[in-house]
Write a protein that binds this ligand. Structure first.
Ligand code: PMP
Length: 435
């Protein structure tokens, strides 16, 4: 098919809700390491890392060699038969998961991982009431959309009983109008009042992303989750860390984002970067929580031998190549470059994130913080022209998300910074002309 035929067929035969980045959609034909190539053979630097899925580079040879072997040996049997790839991955996850979080249930996506986690929390506590955060994203099933605190991703029908949204730690736009640290982390402490006023007082738990991904890499202060976890546990609930974006070393130096906050969760959910592009979701829980799911449950493709082989190869590679340390070190270098761009371009209101999960929030005016929505769309287009791919996010759609593969080097960051700088300059010129 030509690229025009691909675009036309996508428009005619896919749900219109399947949206594409860019006015003129970019058809990707192939990818290798940190680069993707369009249908005309143009090379782009992928600083979105798929969509935080490509942890160790596109079509990683070491991972794919194992995938190729596995796909010819055993492709599928379902979870009613034990297989070595699934067992080996579960054992490996138990080794790297924090605290007593050590039993896995495999599915195919982050949405399903969260469905399983909420079910487990409800079974374990005997309560239906779940706390989620504003600006969160937890997936696209009915329940997951109900958990999601971002109206852009809550389609009609997403209303779910038993879910209460509490304040997130969006310091740049503090919901209480306060400033950290004088605020005494009011956004976390407010949960006490939310539980008192809006629940039965006995809750199933809280689900939270350590850094809110789709929300625009909103990065809470260090105390936030300790305060929140203590309040939830005092009211009978458990702590679910949605690590669909923050796991696998992305935040630098640690396997899990929640470890940066010194909280040990009862359940971790993840997906995305675990398979380096192959579909896999996982819910990892303490044995007590896992045992509360009485009776049998099945996921036809969950624990698929090919996906679990890829996942274990990804984890092994991250460890062998010390990529968690690289995420910290190269992430710090990336942050320096972004801070320099903040000095130079007034369009950037804030730089935030951890490790190789960094974002810039764009504003029309640094004082009023009016979201620069159109400018963000223009910046996406300009970056594409400069052969750079980044992600978009934030409740207003004014955040650029930067999440390259964990094995990029400083030279890649230099190239990225040059392209982003040029793209920002193009946007600023457009602005000046429009005024
Ligand atoms: N949780 C988080 C934090 C996510 O970012 C996502 C995906 N963007 C999901 C859950 C849902 O994952 P999936 O799209 O694989 O269902």
């Amino acid at each position: 098919m030509t690229k025009e035929e691909i675009i036309l067929a996508s428009q005619e035969f896919l749900f219109p809700a399947v949206f594409h980045y860019y006015k003129d959609p970019l058809v990707i034909a192939r990818a290798k390491d940190q680069f993707v190539y369009d249908a005309d053979g143009n090379q782009y630097l992928d600083f979105f890392g798929g969509i935080l899925t490509i942890s160790v580079g596109h079509c990683n040879e070491r991972v794919n060699a194992k995938v190729h072997q596995q796909i010819d040996r055993l492709e599928h049997v379902s979870t009613v038969f034990p297989t070595e790839p699934q067992a080996a991955l579960a054992k490996r996850l138990a080794e790297i998961a924090p605290g007593n979080v050590r039993q896995s249930f495999f599915t195919n996506s982050g949405t399903e991982a969260n469905e399983t986690a909420i079910l487990a929390a409800r079974c374990y506590t005997g309560s239906d009431e779940i706390i989620a955060l504003r600006h969160s994203y937890h997936g696209r099933s009915g329940l997951a959309m109900g958990l999601t605190g971002n109206a852009n991703w809550r389609l009609a029908g997403a209303l779910q009983p038993g879910i209460i949204h509490t304040a997130n730690a969006y310091c740049y736009r503090c919901p209480f109008g306060l400033t950290y640290p004088e605020c005494d982390v009011q956004c976390a402490r407010d949960l006490e009042d939310v539980i008192r006023s809006s629940t039965s007082g006995h809750v199933a738990g809280i689900i939270a992303e350590p850094i809110q991904g789709v929300g625009g890499f909103i990065t809470p202060p260090r105390e936030y989750f300790q305060i929140v976890a203590e309040i939830v546990r005092r009211h009978g609930g458990i702590f679910i860390s949605d690590e669909v974006q923050t796991a696998w070393g992305r935040t630098g130096g640690k396997w899990w984002g929640i470890e940066q906050y010194l909280v040990t969760p009862d359940i971790i959910t993840s997906a995305k970067g675990l398979g380096n592009g192959l579909p896999i979701g996982v819910t990892i829980a303490t044995p007590e929580v896992a045992a509360s799911l009485k009776g049998a449950t099945i996921s036809t493709f969950g624990g698929n031998p090919v996906a679990t082989t890829a996942a274990k190869a990804v984890i092994d590679l991250i460890e062998e190549e010390n990529l968690m340390a690289n995420a910290a070190e190269t992430g710090a270098y990336l942050r320096e470059k972004l801070d320099e761009l903040w000095e130079k371009h007034a369009l950037i209101g804030e730089v935030r994130g951890m490790g190789l999960m960094q974002a810039i929030e764009l504003v029309r005016d640094r004082k009023t913080k009016e979201p620069a929505v159109e400018e963000t769309a223009q910046l996406m287009e300009a970056a594409r022209q400069n052969r750079l791919l980044v992600g978009k996010g934030g409740i207003f759609g004014n955040v650029i998300r930067i999440s390259p593969p964990l094995n990029i080097r400083k030279a890649d960051v230099d190239e990225f910074a040059r392209s982003l700088d040029a793209s920002l300059a193009q946007c600023s010129t457009l602005h000046a002309a429009a005024r």
